[in-house]
Design a protein around this ligand. Sequence first.
Ligand SMILES: Cc1ncc(C[n+]2csc(CCOP(=O)(O)OP(=O)(O)O)c2C)c(N)n1
Ligand SMILES: CC(=O)[C@@H](O)[C@H](O)COP(=O)(O)O
Ligand SMILES: [Mg+2]
Length: 637
Amino acid sequence: MTDRPKTPLLDRVHLPADMKGLSDVQLRRLADELRAETIATVASTGGHLGAGLGVVEITVALHAVFDAPRDKIIWDVSHQCYPHKILTGRRDRIRTLRMKDGLSGFTKRSESSYDPFGAAHSSTSISAALGFATARDLGGDPGDAIAVIGDGALSAGMAYEAMNNAGHLKKRLIVILNDNEMSIAPPVGAMSSYLSRLYAEGPFQDLKAAAKGAVSFLPPPFREGAKRAKDMLKHMTVGGTLFEELGFSYVGPIDGHDMDQLLAVLRTVKDRATGPILIHAITKKGKGFGPAEGAADRGHARSKFDVLTGEQQKAKSNAPSYTSVFAEALITQASKDDKIVAVTAAMPDGTGLDKFMARYASRCFDVGIAEQHAVTFCAGLAAGGMKPFCALYSTFLQRGYDQVVHDVAIQRLPVRFAIDRAGLVGADGATHAGSFDVAFLANLPGFVVMAAADEAELVRMVATAAAHDTGPIAFRFPRGEGVGVEIPVDAQPLEIGRGRMIRDGKRVAILSFGTRLQEVERACEALGAKGITPTIADARFAKPLDRDMILKLAADHEALITIEEGAIGGFGSHVAQLLAEEGVFDTGLKFRSMVLPDTFIDQSSPTDMYATAGLNASDIETKVLEVLGVGVIGKRA
Ligand SMILES: Cc1ncc(C[n+]2csc(CCOP(=O)(O)OP(=O)(O)O)c2C)c(N)n1
Ligand SMILES: CC(=O)[C@@H](O)[C@H](O)COP(=O)(O)O
Ligand SMILES: [Mg+2]
């Protein structure tokens, strides 16, 4: 391919195969264009910005040297995959990122053969890559397996489980440690300090032999830059690192933005690697976009923004976010009780614990991306006499489930689970939906499980959790803003297992668990115009259930409908179990349970996702009409 400076290279590179004839100079130019395209894309779509900007050169170098999709490039978390998507046949749809029917914000097997493994939760890449490498050696899919994992993701146990196994299996496996000295927040932990020391401690041992080889084995089109590569390779380290002790060859640290270094190292590794090898690349999160580089989170995630100034579009809302209401309520409780401590797994901003930390630094712990540890750490804190609040997103709590069962529930330890991002979250899609926590917590003996219907209820539930000392307790609340209700100043603990009546009506009772209550009220307004006035109740508790209230609702109405922002097996199932056990169905009660459907719902706005789920006001209205046998049902089967 001849270099024509006026034509953007990116317009000629639709797939990695189109990069194969490019010179190293052209590859550098391609990286610059890719960075500009990534910035322009996220400016128009919003999404994860900083991580992608940090791996632009790594992305170009990987696709130039390796042969995807035959070689499997596995991005950890995969929030950094936008440049990869642009280079792998998806540039024409890149401005649909994270939108309904658009590209996912993460890698997804069903989206492209260049995404060999889907991700969005962290620290899975080395395990998956080792799986591919092992399958290959057993006669499965051929090709190299390359995991690209961040320094933040390296705080999770899974990454070590994978390295431990890889060091033992000794399969050819390539891991690129993308070390930008950032997680979402500044990284924490001893491993992070260790990586910083590796980075800072040079000069390293010579790798002269490999350097020599680096020049000689390069095919003619790639010889450019080889001299520099040779010089650079002299300064890399071999031996003595933790990774070497685990059975990996360690190469680095290298400058992950220097294309010459990257190309030389990757070509050498591609040519010579026999067992597991880890390439330590130092990068900058947000690289090349001033407003991201200069931001505290290095541009981790952004709403749509102005490319020139970096200024982001602001959400229009007068109500505070549930997260901030939780944080303030926890601070209030902590000011009255010095046994209260709080734990986050690498999400201080996302969970609001950054505010708590600013106030009570010694009582707040960021344990890194380590949800399993967070749960058991809280169990230990509780056993030691503290009152731990374990603040996790619903979707990430999934990772700590055995710890919830084995370390917390069986020992009846009073760990308080503050479960943020409950229900459908929007643009992050199915991987981040908080769908399952009610189902997997409410079936555990002795657990108290609550859902807040609005921000005032959330404050009451924080007070309830603080006061509950006899066993585990959880409360869930959604992503985004509250409804603008008045927040109680001196919130009192709720009576455990007591729901509340919202309004009395006739014929049908709707029993809501969580923030669908607003949709229920909207539906009932519309039904009122049709002469139907349902009773509305807020269950507050999925466990223990308010048996008296539920049995009375069942006795006083011809139909009972439950609704929740969770999957089958949650609140509605517990109500059904109660009604069945009490013989209520034998008396002819009509019962419906509105839950998330048995499918993973792709990204869209939360409202649209709830429409897909059939849980919006119009769906509730339709359900009431259907159960009462009234009106025409045109909307949904
Ligand atoms: C199990 C899990 N916990 C938390 C998160 C939220 N999360 C997404 S990216 C990220 C930081 C990752 O840091 P790093 O691996 O260094 O990548 P970088 O963003 O710096 O490129 C976190 C905590 C997650 N995706 N998965
Ligand atoms: C990739 C990841 O897991 C996080 O960055 C997540 O997208 C954050 O979600 P919130 O925006 O809801 O905090
Ligand atoms: Mg990082």
